[in-house]
Design a binder for this molecule. Structure first.
Ligand SMILES: *Cc1c(COP(=O)(O)O)cnc(C)c1O
Length: 370
């Protein structure tokens, strides 16, 4: 009996997005192999954190790197590290920040999103620069920086078009001794983003291990300055304190390392060609289904270089069709603005993409016959 049957689980093909609730991506064979290998023996976990970080830093062209328990927990840990500035007692009291000299995390109001709660979970008070939905000037951002500001958090996609550039913000923050942490959780591909944000001034850039990298779902990657990686090493699990519940297993470290190695070894043009090949299957399928305005868009839902296919079902309610596809075992996205289905094959193999297309075509045929 398979684990699907034993646990009563429905199997899906995920052509929607790297949503955690969908299980995000599937582990590649290299990651599986590394996890199996490391699981068969015991190692000094702190030494493994250190050595894995060194290897990941080399692969991602950064000074240093750290494996976290997902990108969200890296946000919490970065905020905690900034609050306590290396003071152990101050760290052990978190999320009570009363022993910290600087207690605020600066966030940009136009970028407001739910992941900011992971910053506040450290005990930091969120201080907002600007207003939601309104353009934010560099002067406004600078005016919000004070002696209370422990760190500035910048999100690569959310509301970034309304904000000053990361480079300008980082220069302004660094002039005041404020570190800058960049949430780039879903900003892969392209691989060059692994070093682009640190190149633009981020002290650390944070990525999900289980999204574009196709590593373990419970892993995350922080890359950047050695000082901050040292602080994360000193404060993160398995140390006691705030991050003790965000443990990073040797399987997660080995799996993420193998996934990153695989990810950066593939030339970007080859990765894009493979993504395009899958998109072309999706496009042809939507055209055979008689969808309107079928087209491939170059970017994923948060601007990453991950092409998708959009198409509007004709004579069918798009949302009802999406639900029917879910019942068939296929997850696709819905674009409310265009009332279109959105087919995002990043997570699928070529073969799975073919199966997904068959499911879509069959459902549409049954729908039209009914
Ligand atoms: C997915 C995501 C996260 C959380 O990443 P995990 O690795 O699932 O913890 C944080 N920030 C943004 C912008 C994300 O898209």
């Amino acid at each position: 009996m398979s684990v699907f049957e034993e646990l009563g689980l429905r199997r899906f093909l995920n052509a929607e997005d790297t949503f955690t609730s969908n299980g995000a991506s599937c582990l590649g064979p290299e990651a599986y192999q590394a996890m199996r290998e490391i699981s068969g023996a015991w190692v000094d976990l702190l030494q493994m954190q250190r050595n894995t970080g060194e290897a990941l830093a080399r692969l991602t062209r950064n000074e240093a790197a750290y494996v976290s328990s997902g990108a969200a927990s890296a946000l919490t840990l970065c905020a905690a590290a900034a609050l306590c500035e290396g003071d152990r007692d101050a760290f052990l009291a978190l999320p009570d920040a009363s022993l910290c000299r600087r207690r605020e995390a600066l966030v940009l109001a136009p970028q407001k999103n739910a992941y900011m709660r992971s910053i506040a979970a450290s005990g930091a008070t969120l201080r907002w620069a600007g207003e939601e939905g309104r353009p934010l000037t560099l002067e406004q951002a600078e005016a919000a920086m004070s002696r209370q500001t422990a760190a500035l958090f910048y999100f690569v996609y959310h509301g970034a078009a309304l904000c000053p550039s990361l480079e300008a913000l980082a220069r302004a923050a660094h002039r005041r001794g404020i570190p800058v942490f960049v949430d780039a959780a879903a900003q892969l591909p392209p691989a060059e983003n692994l070093w682009a944000f640190t190149g633009q001034g981020a002290d650390l850039a944070l990525f999900s291990g289980g999204k574009g990298l196709a590593g373990p779902q419970d892993s995350g990657l922080a890359v950047g300055k050695r000082l901050w990686v040292e602080r994360l090493l000193a404060l993160g699990a398995p140390n006691e304190g705030l991050a003790r519940g965000s443990k990073v297993t040797r399987e997660a470290m080995a799996g993420l390392y193998a996934a990153v190695k695989r990810f950066v070894s593939e030339p970007e043009s080859q990765r894009q060609a493979a993504l395009m090949e899958k998109c072309a299957l999706g496009r042809d399928c939507m055209e055979r289904c008689g969808f309107a305005q079928v087209r491939i868009v170059a970017q994923g839902p948060v601007g990453q270089a991950s092409p998708r296919v959009l198409g509007r079902p004709v004579g069918m309610d798009a949302r009802a069709l999406r639900q029917a596809l879910r019942d068939d075992g296929l997850l696709v996205g819905y674009d409310a603005q265009e009332d279109a289905l959105c087919f995002h094959p990043q997570m699928l193999t070529l073969k799975q993409t073919q199966t997904a297309c068959r499911l879509l075509e069959n459902r549409v045929r049954l729908w039209k016959e009914a």
